[in-house]
Design a protein around this ligand. Sequence first.
Ligand code: ZN
Ligand code: ZN
Length: 285
Amino acid sequence: MRFYGTSAAEGIPNPFCFCPVCNHARKMGGTEIRRRSMFRIDEQMCIDLGADSFQQAIEYGDFTKLRHVLVSHTHEDHFSYMMMNVRNMSIDRLEEPLHFYFTDRAYDIVDFYRQSRPIMKGMTADLEARGVVAFHKLEFNRPVTVSGMQVTPLRGNHRGNMGEDCANYLIQNEDGRKLYYGVDTGWYLPETFKLLENAALDVLISECTFGLTEGRGLHPGGHLDAFSCMELFRQLLAQGTLHANSRIYLTHINHFTSTHADLVSWIQEQSFPCPITVAWDGMVI
Ligand SMILES: [Zn+2]
Ligand SMILES: [Zn+2]
């Protein structure tokens, strides 16, 4: 599994921004650079196909074998509709359509694309008819099998463009190992805590959007920060979602306060039974 991008919507460095974090990223490069969030589960499946996916494909692996895209929500950093037409313009490609999965009200954006002339000259319905893309609607808390894995979207505390709740994905692969991708999520909703009770995750990938930004409270809606993340991890450990052998990765990080190096050293000072890693673009699990 590979992180294709680990930033929040604006990326680091935001090209218009000369804040200390963005200037530091320009100077240092490497792990300080964050492209918009995307996660490749294997060659066939990924979570999100966002604003930087073209460049990410060049750097971390192309999409010639990609078959399934789990869309977390409709914000543009996570879903870039233009990629549908990029696939359309490929000459040799897999015959079957690229399957996009939208959960609950996020699926409403499909009808908007179908009916909207200014979106790719109104081509969406034609791309569907010609088998370039296919759209599927998932329901929260209902498991489906995608590419041999059990995929369950759980409700995040984060609203997308269609007013939908963001989908956070619980994914169990064929050998039983479990991954939870909580990006974007905010402080978990009561139903989500409940559904994750005793889940005994092998891997938790969590947003840590606001990094070391203080004063947001320990249970923020919309997005987490390092402090609310630690509070969340303690609660998940107490209810059996995490255990001592779980591994936690932080992603979806913005430029508000902390550099990658700042966040890494703060995390190293925390005492928590599971190893916590601040992810970087290109990192392989
Ligand atoms: Zn986001
Ligand atoms: Zn900045």
